[in-house]
Design a protein around this ligand. Structure first.
Ligand code: NAD
Length: 317
């Protein structure tokens, strides 16, 4: 496993990291024991950064992750969780909720310290509230030594400068972007020089496009329009026709970018996490990658958006 610095946080994170949304049944009902074995396998393979949220499975992901981490030395991994989103359509970015949310997350995770605390999916928030209320409450937790570093997550890319331009550098130390640096969409790349100048570490998620670049395809709730789903399916079928594994290629593509500190992958299968780590440690077949990128070219950077109207990216459907 290779490790990279996460911006200026001082955290050295594994280039492939573990996303715990499947532990909250995000993609399918899972077996808890399998989920726990997956986390332990990830740690055994050198993954040292774990991401969850009270939103995933409405606290189930944090609870199962907490069980998986029982007895594991706290200093052997970095833990990220979030606040502000609590189940489908339930948002609360108030200062009062910041403190209660954080304490509840710690209890479920069996710790009193969170390495990276994110404000979850800020496209759904009033950015005045984030700047004037949510972040100041989060800063208090950092000043109290309960949180190492603060982050923001979101789907539209414009939400990051919208906040970062309004707070002193160093306030926000990491961002988590998803579905925007993968084989079919490299929109995040244009933002990397800005984030680097600000000293903000980049966490990439959903290199498979939340499952679109896997044999199983995306879940029923996947928000991409049919053209994007069909375009990704063509790439999946192309890989299958030449005996290649699209998920392995998708992870290799994301992890290869030196400007991205880490790429989260979600799975509740020990076999899949083993396969994923093996994939990023294997040499990349650049010829195959070029062919798959060509198959995806008709939908390259076509995206989907969400959130408040003022927070949405311009759309290429
Ligand atoms: P992902 O790209 O990791 O895809 C997950 C899907 O891929 C699941 O269906 C999983 O079963 C499947 N998969 C994983 N490995 C596989 C393999 N080897 N073979 C076949 N299928 C495989 O997308 P994701 O789960 O959305 O993102 C990863 C993590 O990033 C999440 O768990 C979460 O922690 C984080 N995330 C955060 C946000 C946010 O903060 N807003 C958004 C998206 C993701």
């Amino acid at each position: 496993m290779h490790y990279r610095q996460l911006g200026r946080t001082g955290l050295k994170v594994s280039v492939l990291s573990y996303g715990a949304s499947p532990l909250g049944n995000a993609f399918r009902p899972i077996d808890e024991g399998e989920g726990i074995r997956t986390v332990r396998t990830a740690l055994d393979l050198g993954i040292n950064f774990l991401d969850t949220s009270p939103h995933y499975g409405v606290t189930r992901s944090e609870t199962v992750l907490g069980r998986a981490l029982q007895g594991v030395p706290r200093e052997s991994y970095h833990l990220a969780t979030k606040l502000g989103q609590y189940g489908e359509g339930h948002f609360d970015f108030s200062a009062a909720r910041v403190a209660t949310s954080f304490n509840e997350s710690c209890r479920r995770l069996g710790t009193d310290y969170i390495d990276v605390l994110h404000c979850h999916d800020i496209e759904f928030a009033d950015h005045n509230q984030i700047v004037n209320e949510t972040l100041p409450a989060m800063i208090k937790l950092r000043e109290a030594g309960r949180v190492g570093h603060l982050g923001l997550t979101g789907l539209p890319l414009k939400v990051f400068p919208s906040i970062l331009d309004r707070v002193p550098d160093g306030t926000v130390e990491a961002v988590l972007s998803f579905c925007r640096y993968c084989l079919n969409d490299t929109g995040l790349e244009a933002l990397l020089p800005y984030l680097q100048k600000k000293g903000v570490g980049v966490i990439n998620a959903s290199a498979t496009g939340m499952g679109l670049l896997t044999g199983r395809g995306g879940p029923d709730w996947h928000p991409a329009p049919p053209a994007i789903k069909a375009g990704c399916r063509r790439a999946v079928e192309y890989c299958a026709s030449v005996g290649a594994d699209i998920t392995s290629l998708a992870l290799q593509f994301a992890v290869h970018h030196p400007g991205i500190a880490t790429t989260l992958v979600g799975t509740a299968s020990p076999d899949n996490i083993r396969k994923n780590v093996a994939a990023i440690e294997a040499p990349i077949d650049f010829e195959l990658m070029a062919k798959v990128l060509a198959v995806l070219q008709p939908i390259h950077n076509h995206n989907f958006t969400r959130g408040r109207p003022e927070n949405r990216d311009a759309l290429i459907p």
